[in-house]
Design a protein around this ligand. Sequence first.
Ligand code: VG1
Ligand code: CO
Length: 541
Amino acid sequence: MSIATIATAPIDGQKPGTSGLRKKCKVFMGAHYLENFVQAMFDGIGGVEGKTLVVGGDGRFHNDVATQTILAMAAANGAARAIVGQNALLSTPAASNLIRTLETDGGVILSASHNPGGVDEDFGIKFNMPNGGPAPESVTNAIFERTKTLSQYRIWQGAPVDLSAIGVTKLGEMQVNIVDPVEAYVDLMQRLFDFPAIADMIKDGLKIRFDAMCAITGPYARAILEGALGAPDGTVVHGTPLPDFGGMHPDPNPTWAHELMDEMMGENAPGFGCASDGDGDRNMIVGPGCYVSPSDSLAVIAANAHVAPGYSDGLKGVARSMPTSAAVDRVAEALGIDCYETPTGWKFFGNLMDDGRVSLCGEESFGTGSDHVREKDGVWAVLMWLNIMAATGKSVPEIMEEHWARFGRNYYSRHDFEAIETEKADALMADLRGKLDSLKGHVEGPLTVAEADDYEYLDPVDGSTSAQQGVRVVFEGGARFVVRLSGTGTSGATLRLYLESLETEKLDLEPQAALMSVIAAAHAITCLEQHTGRTSPDVIT
Ligand code: VG1
Ligand code: CO
């Protein structure tokens, strides 16, 4: 048993995207693929000698094997200690919490999040910083640069660690602490939310359905809802994490969480429905007959968070990703707090939270969270909604109606066009970028273009810039569409079209109908059909 230095050569394309490196599982299983990236990651953060790292993942196929590889490489690279979730499991927000509270030097999270799992599906890996948040672009760029020059990696060769036994063990010279993945997270939630009030509401008859989609949140939701809060067994469905997510696509949106949607739109709908994704950082909130769009959820939480004990002093400020609707902006205005706009991806919120500028962040892609960790947090969002319901005594539909009556309604939808040939998607973006300067004043049906640009972010904390973060076309009157290419897919290109219009009078329209002219204008201006041959989206959220 010894440390081996293995010769290798750079592997093309190991560039982290919106949230880490994601590829087909079989790519990760290829010779040296994971090892190369892990060594580049360790080198890219300045080495791991003497450091403490948190390691865990969402339980998808290859999670266990990959965890052993990472531990063996951490040991061989001189890490002092690894903190690992039992059976290599940790939800992304729980990993973020451990990284922060145990004052570690960061962590490695194994997940392809909302992408399907299994030997023929997706796998992913990312590095989180000592603040618990995803590595910023400066670090992911350094990691990518290192992948291009790597010639060897170090790995401990010996028996793997038994990850099923909670306790302390050793791998070479490195100490390995195997911890309960759920416990510390439940403690944190108990400090933020009014558990007795939520438990009373459940005792008084609120029926909840939590769809864990056979992914990581099952054990967390069971411990909290069915354990601490006293909801009946069976409240959590698809609650056992499976390596292939039971064939489910663990993306909590109306398309993929259709079982939950059917139940919530049906006659005997429970009072509250919710779902989370593969790694537990996303959430979908649904009331009986009432789907809450993520952008609206963010706005409702901004308006009501002060009812939860952890937020009773009010919010410092809020932030949303650029394609997320401006619903939260008007809440921030009413509250007199700052509202920041960032590119897509949670990594851009970290600086704002660390600097004490914001305490609530959200994305239109079913991501909401606060500065309790540095990742978005699905179970947190569910508990925040339950706390708001318990404190106000209102149902989801009542909360939404009152919210829109007070702030107006940003009709919003995202249309995804999946598995487009990369060249075609790139050509569409290039063409669109090429004509941005001439779009002002352009008339499309009832809409006139007021401004069009390619979003560039200037981080107000560290002064870094990120260019080409999505093309936005704003019409007179404030309606807009945004187009960008996904940075989390593993085959071809996914084009995301984000559509929005503000309405202060007609509050009960069907979103697709309310957005009809914006949709038509977006198709015409992007020449979507000419470029891609597509006329209708694969997924609508
Ligand atoms: C998508 C979402 C983005 C989210 C990211 C990671 O990225 O649009 O808002 O932060 O996934 O979410 P993209 O580049 O495919 O649009 V998760 O739940 O994968 O950690
Ligand atoms: Co996720």
